[in-house]
Design a protein around this ligand. Structure first.
Ligand SMILES: [Zn+2]
Length: 127
């Protein structure tokens, strides 16, 4: 892993959007739901293409400069990025998705920022 991450005050989404994300996450149980938040606040859900979608996430979407953050759910309630998430977060950063990550549990939505300054190919999402 070539980056560090830290939890930040939630600022990407409103409480209303957090409620929608929790509802989407619930509807996909037992697999993880995933997608992006666009700059205008639109919540987009993508099919989870991870081979083991109960314990990880991936999606086939292309980077788009309207993307403000990435989100995925943790059916097990874990509030931090899992061991499986870290390589995925790095892979996404290499694809250009270097933006905040939201982790959605049944209880709440947690926001993380990662420092990819050591990932040469990573570019920055618009924030
Ligand atoms: Zn995860």
């Amino acid at each position: 892993m070539n980056f560090t991450y830290h939890r930040v005050e939630p600022r990407t989404i409103s409480k209303y959007q957090a409620r929608i994300l929790k509802r989407i996450a619930h509807s996909e149980l037992p697999i993880e739901a995933c997608g992006v938040i666009l700059r205008d606040g639109t919540i987009v859900e993508y099919p989870n293409t991870c081979p083991n979608p109960e314990h990880g996430f991936d999606f086939a979407a292309q980077l788009n400069h309207n993307i403000k953050a990435i989100w995925h759910s943790h059916p097990n309630g874990l509030t931090t990025p899992s061991d499986d998430d870290l390589p995925m977060i790095e892979t996404l950063a290499r694809r250009g998705f270097n933006c905040h990550h939201l982790i959605v549990t049944a209880e709440n939505v947690y926001e993380y920022a990662a420092d990819f300054s050591q990932v040469a190919s990573a570019s920055q999402c618009q924030t």
